[in-house]
Design a protein around this ligand. Structure first.
Ligand SMILES: C[S@@+](CC[C@H](N)C(=O)[O-])C[C@H]1O[C@@H](n2cnc3c(N)ncnc32)[C@H](O)[C@@H]1O
Length: 402
């Protein structure tokens, strides 16, 4: 990674963006620790998570690297300013004092979104208008224009006013990073790709270890497992907002893509199974695996979870069964948990990691978990239950070693 930074900085290939930036990365509540581990593995130093965001000073190359590589992040922002803001005047002046011309060209289209939490300023739409006006006034002044044409690439500005402190950010990702590009059709209650990756990274899944998802739905967890094991970067198949920006040097992303593809191991042998009781689900999951470039790594088949019969003694299940709320009723969901519990008892070399919102999961599953973690699945409060299987000496925790 160092090699590329030196080449990039030494040849002065940056666009008009400042070389030093402050990155702000968001993720789902409950995934902060996993995101930090990912950052560490990418070579970034530890930074605290505050108000759902991890922020740190870095170089502009990080915009490309983080967007491309992170599996659990929602979005990558450039934080451009932070100040106390208790009145509309303070908000206007604070925003106007930021060097927006360093980031947004004269024809950039500017959208503003934001939130106010535990602050004197609480009217989001008024704050939105003030932030937009302050940015436009600043840019008109710098570019000597009476009005901005806003007919160029889009720059999404986000503000967060939290406990009277305003933070202004530019969204470099565009659509959330869970949109990897391979899932083009919706199954029953699919889990986000970022959450699926986070659950896998929290589990004891490792590329040498057999893996199964017996409630695979549209295939997200099994596909993310294959991509982790093959070292395919989280955002390898998609575009990012910053790619549209003429003032952002395209070569940085090209370098990041080169680094990422050097790491890929497409030839790795994997033992990944994905099954579902619904044939439409397994068909959709196969389609998504094809689009994700991992079709030859996953065995898809139709089966009731009660028929779970792995071919190996050891392995890992990470799964997202029905919660008994939207599609399945409580009774049906409980039957699934009960069958899953029986499978666990019949295969004690397998670890089971299950995410659900059902409060009585452990009781119906029939065993107290080794550990549980509160986690949000699309704003729904859930628990992630850890059941470790009997140890095998070579099994490694992927969080410590990928
Ligand atoms: C919450 S969805 C899984 C969504 C999946 N994680 C995804 O990202 O698309 C639950 C899945 O469990 C499946 N299912 C329900 N009962 C089942 C059973 N008895 N055995 C196996 N699969 C079952 C449903 O068909 C559904 O696809």
């Amino acid at each position: 990674m160092k090699k590329y930074i030196i080449i990039a900085m030494g040849t002065g290939i940056f666009g008009t963006f400042p070389e030093k930036i402050k990155a702000g990365i968001t993720c789902a509540s409950g995934l902060e620790h996993t995101l930090k581990s990912e950052l560490k593995r990418l070579g970034y130093k530890d930074a605290p998570a505050e108000n759902g965001r991890i922020s740190f000073e870095t170089d502009v190359m990080a915009v490309a690297r983080l967007n491309l590589n992170l599996r659990t992040a929602d979005r990558v922002y450039i934080e451009v300013g932070e100040f106390v803001s208790q009145t509309f005047d303070e908000l206007y002046e604070g925003v106007k004092s930021i060097r927006w011309e360093d980031y947004i060209p004269r024809n950039g289209e500017i959208t503003v979104n934001g939130k106010c939490v535990k602050s004197r300023l609480f009217a989001v739409s008024d704050c939105q208008s003030i932030v937009k006006k302050a940015i436009v006034d600043r840019l008109c002044g710098r570019y000597r224009l009476l009005r901005l044409a806003e007919n160029g690439a889009r720059y999404d500005v986000d503000f967060s006013i939290y406990k009277d402190k305003a933070t202004l950010m530019i969204n470099t990702s565009g659509q959330g990073l869970h949109k990897r590009g391979y899932r083009d059709m919706v199954g029953i209650a699919p889990i986000r790709e970022t959450l699926a990756a986070g659950l896998l990274l929290m589990s004891d899944f490792y590329k040498d270890r057999p893996f199964a998802d017996p409630f695979c739905g549209s295939g997200t967890i099994a596909i993310e497992a294959a991509r982790i094991a093959m070292d395919i970067a989280g955002g390898a198949g998609r575009r990012f907002a910053f790619e549209e920006w003429k003032n952002f040097d395209k070569r940085l992303l090209a370098l990041a893509r080169e680094e990422a593809s050097d790491k890929e191991n497409r030839g790795v042998r994997l033992d990944i199974a994905a099954s579902d009781i619904d044939p439409k689900a397994t068909k959709l999951a196969s389609r998504h695996a094809e689009r994700a470039g991992v079709a030859d790594k996953i065995r898809f088949y139709v089966a009731d979870v009660g028929k779970f019969s792995p071919t190996s003694e050891f392995g890992t299940i990470v799964t997202n069964p029905p919660y008994g709320e939207r599609v399945y009723d409580r009774d049906e969901a409980e039957k699934c948990y009960n069958k899953l519990g029986k499978a666990m008892r019949a295969h004690d070399g397998w670890s089971f990691f299950v995410i659900t919102a059902a409060k009585n999961f452990q009781k119906v599953f029939g065993k107290k978990c080794d550990r549980e973690k509160k986690i949000f699945n699309s704003n729904k409060e859930c628990r992630f239950y850890y059941y470790y299987g009997k140890k095998r000496e070579t099994a490694k925790n992927i969080e410590g070693d990928i």
